[in-house]
Design a protein around this ligand. Structure first.
Ligand code: GDP
Ligand code: IMO
Ligand code: MG
Length: 424
């Protein structure tokens, strides 16, 4: 019983990087379980900012071993760039990063297919990050994906690549009118990648099994957020993996019985990048204030994030599908200057509140959010280390969230820095 899952409870960018980094101070292992370089997890230590896309957010704690699990789709270019970035800051990655031999690889044709498919959709585009995530998971589900283990056997790699490339080049030529991709340059770059990552590849399933047996402290780090889950999110405006807690079991090969805590990182308001319904979105000066003060621009793509009030209907749904034991609330400090703070407590359709979070886009796009309003605390929260020292109005806001969701807020993050967090 030694695994804590840390995941996003909303549409991503909740501050998972900060919370995982903070908790990993006394963790033995930090393991990413899904997604790929679509993620951008930001960590700030002593004013210095690090953005991680694939490598777990425990890498800045020299004691933690980091694992990239089988559920992650790995882009060699992004991975090597990230290792080089960390090494340039004097952070030791060797002997501390283990990569699953079962993880699937993002290939150049996945990235091209991602952007080609998005461009061709004009009105129904998902607004993906363009990192090839969807096409890579499609190939995994079709059982034609190329895995890390395939790189170890040159013959298998060449056969799989030839088969894949023939099919993809047909699509590029016949559907999109693009030039064909050349196999030789892909072979050369992926075999070179194989040599570079060889020391990191291992059977992470067995490694984690033994670690759990030995009672090691393990953090399973999710990417994206529950509402972007391919099964439970706002489909089709989702990613192609399972950021929800169940994804940690399949994406790492660990037993559900080993999970002790499930922490949902939750922003004190809401943001979303990309397209899809967002009931509490604010297309006004209040939303712009959130974006400006919260620096709400994508850590991976730089796109402005859509901003809106905290949506407790969506959060309650997220708690249900993840089994959250705790909430880590981030970015309340962004609301410091707000005179009024609202939270959505019901979705109204035809004058009546809905009983559940809707699963279809037309309903979710047309709900009327009902709000409860709070007076803002209108003072800085800087330097506050214990809950009792918070202004009364902030405590009321946090207590309302706890009682509505019936879930404790165990962490309140008050700045990007790993040290500015109230632990309850
Ligand atoms: P992630 O993808 O969930 O790791 O989140 P991102 O890194 O994409 O976005 C969260 C942003 O908020 C980053 O710029 C963090 O440095 C920042 N951040 C995290 N926690 C806090 C907080 O409590 N207050 C403020 N002001 N910023 C925070
Ligand atoms: P982190 O881990 C926020 C969104 C994209 C798009 C949808 C599908 O930093 O929270 P994809 O490229 O995955 O096929 O895009 O998912 N998205 C994210 N939004 N944070 C992320 O990651 C995201 N990763 C993907 O914007 O709407
Ligand atoms: Mg992010």
């Amino acid at each position: 019983m030694s695994v804590t899952i840390v995941l996003g409870s909303q549409w991503g960018d909740e501050g998972k990087g900060k919370i995982v980094d903070m908790l990993s101070v006394d963790a033995d292992i930090v393991a990413r379980y899904q997604g790929g370089a679509n993620a951008g997890h930001t960590i700030v230590i002593d004013g210095k900012q690090y953005i991680l896309h694939l490598i777990p957010s425990g890498i800045l704690n020299s004691k933690a071993i980091c694992v990239i699990g089988n559920g992650v789709v790995i882009d060699p270019v992004a991975l090597l760039d990230e290792i080089a970035m960390l090494e340039s800051f004097g952070i030791n990655v060797k002997n501390r990063l283990y990569i699953s031999h079962k993880a699937h690889l993002i290939m150049p044709y996945h990235k091209l297919l991602d952007s080609a498919s998005e461009k061709s959709k004009s009105n129904s585009a998902i607004g993906t990050t363009g990192r090839g995530i969807g096409p890579a998971y499609i190939d995994k589900a079709r059982r034609i994906g190329i895995r890390i283990v395939d790189l170890l056997d040159r013959q298998t790699f060449l056969e799989k690549l030839t088969l894949n490339l023939k099919e993809k080049n047909d699509i590029f030529k016949k559907i999109y009118g693009y030039d064909e991709l050349d196999s030789q340059s892909i072979i050369t770059s992926y075999l070179d990648f194989d040599k570079k990552i060889d020391p990191y590849i291992t059977d992470t399933t067995l490694f984690l099994y033994n670690a759990i047996k030995d009672g090691k402290k393990i953090i399973a780090e999710g990417a994206q957020g529950a509402l972007l889950d391919v099964d439970h999110g706002t489909y089709p405006f989702v990613t192609s993996s399972n950021p929800t807690s169940g994804g940690a079991c399949t994406g790492l090969g660990i037993s559900p019985i080993s999970i002790k805590k499930i922490i949902g990182v939750t922003k004190a308001y809401c943001t979303r990048v990309g397209n899809g319904p967002f009931p509490t979105e604010l297309n006004d000066s209040t939303g712009e204030e959130m974006r400006r003060i919260g620096a709400e621009y994508g850590a991976t793509t730089g796109r402005p994030r859509r901003c809106g009030w905290l949506d407790l209907v969506a959060l309650k749904y997220s708690i249900m599908i993840n089994g959250l034991t705790d909430i880590a609330l981030t970015k309340s400090d962004v609301l410091n200057t707000f005179g009024e703070i609202k939270v959505c407590t019901d979705y109204i359709v035809d004058g009546k509140p809905l009983k559940t979070f809707p699963s279809d886009i037309p309903t979710l796009s047309n709900v009327e959010p009902k709000y409860t309003s709070f007076e803002g605390w209108q003072q800085s929260l800087e330097g506050i280390k214990i809950f009792d020292d918070l202004p009364q109005k902030a405590k009321e806001y946090f207590s309302f969230i706890e009682s509505y969701t019936d879930t404790p807020i165990s962490f309140i993050s008050l700045s990007p820095d790993r040290n500015d967090t109230i632990i309850k």
